[in-house]
Design a protein around this ligand. Structure first.
Ligand code: G3H
Ligand code: 13P
Ligand code: NA
Ligand code: ZN
Length: 328
């Protein structure tokens, strides 16, 4: 059944686990997640970005999610709007069957320009009022995703937006987080701790100066009952980089967020962990392999079936690592 994010994250908090939130754009990705959930007995968060909604179209997406809940009646599913840029976007998500929305007021409506605190509070509060009236949950975001290695903030497209920003300008301030949650009434709060979207997060295995897990602990101390969300949390596994590069790809060497760091976060209030890039890489690696080894092949099922299998395996790994396995 489709359920609000709040219900799932309350259960996750009571039982000390985290839930991966996987991005989707098409049927195969939804199928991969649902098969992984079935195999591991996991509750599910499926999320669609604005780009995903326009790529797949709301009607397709809504009916695909209804199909998932019909085919897997025993699995609780949250359908979440990722990075809503305005109250209007969140409202149209709600009209299209989403049970949870993110109002990302850390950025202006263009999804690029960092917004000030008052703007963030006002748009987020507005979304909370209208969403809660319809039993839909709300995630807010405070702080600026981006790299502590370079001091670069991030636009929603994952490319650097601003110039040099100091640590304090990028990271979520714990005292401000406490005020933000009280003033907006959000169900979950995304925090900035030095991660960024996409594959190119860190140029070497991250240490505490670029991946500020301590900040999570400080925020959790002030907000022990708030569900924290980690964005940009793909681990960018070496083996997926290697498969892509072995079969004709050209990805630069890069490092993501180690699963052990996420597990540490889960001990300190992290309940939702956003993962998109790892699944994209698994799909791309599998498709590259089939096409490289079978250049005469042209039946999409011949590469989409292994692609789906590869994404399913990433989902299973995360579901087990985050502790959501066995919790459906
Ligand atoms: O927010 C980042 C997610 O990976 C979604 O990416 O906006 O390209 O669909 P997207
Ligand atoms: P990754 O790019 O690390 O998978 O992050 C996805 C994300 O945060 C979506 O909101
Ligand atoms: Na989100
Ligand atoms: Zn994100």
């Amino acid at each position: 059944a489709l359920i609000p994010l709040r219900v799932l994250l309350d259960h996750a908090a009571e039982n000390s686990y985290g839930v991966a939130a996987f991005n989707v754009n098409n049927m195969e990705q939804i199928q991969s997640i649902m098969e992984a959930a079935k195999e591991t007995d996991s509750p599910v968060i499926v999320q669609a970005s604005r780009g995903a909604r326009s790529y797949s179209q709301d009607n397709y997406l809504r009916h695909l999610m209804l199909a998932a809940s019909e085919l897997y009646p025993e699995i609780p599913i949250v359908m979440h709007q990722d990075h809503g840029n305005s109250p209007e976007t969140c409202m149209s998500a709600i009209e299209n069957g989403f049970t949870s929305v993110m109002m990302d007021g850390s950025l202006k409506e263009d999804g690029k320009t960092p917004a000030d605190y008052d703007y963030n509070v006002s748009v987020t509060k507005k979304v909370v009022e209208m969403a809660h009236a319809k039993n839909v949950s709300v995630e807010g975001e405070l702080g600026c995703l981006g790299s502590l290695e370079t001091g670069t903030g991030e636009a929603e497209d994952g490319h650097g937006a601003e110039g040099e920003l100091s640590h304090d300008q990028l990271l979520t301030d714990p005292e401000e987080a406490e005020r933000f949650v009280a003033e907006t009434g959000v169900d979950a709060l995304a925090v900035a701790i030095g991660t960024s979207h996409g594959a190119y997060k860190f140029t070497k295995a991250p240490t505490g100066d670029v991946l500020a897990m301590d900040r999570i602990e400080e925020i959790h101390k002030r907000l022990p009952n708030c569900h924290l969300v980690m964005h940009g949390s793909s681990s960018v596994p070496q083996e997926l980089q290697d498969i892509i590069n072995k079969y004709g790809g050209a990805m630069k060497q890069t490092y993501g967020v180690p699963v052990e760091e996420i597990q540490r976060g889960i001990k300190h209030g992290v309940r939702k962990i956003n993962v998109d890039t790892d699944n994209r890489m698994a799909i791309t690696g599998a498709i590259r392999k089939v096409l490289a080894e079978n250049p005469a092949e042209f039946d999409p099922r011949k590469y989409l079936t292994p692609a789906r299998e590869a994404m399913k395996q990433v989902c299973i790994d995360r579901m087990v690592a985050f502790g959501q396995a066995g919790q459906a």
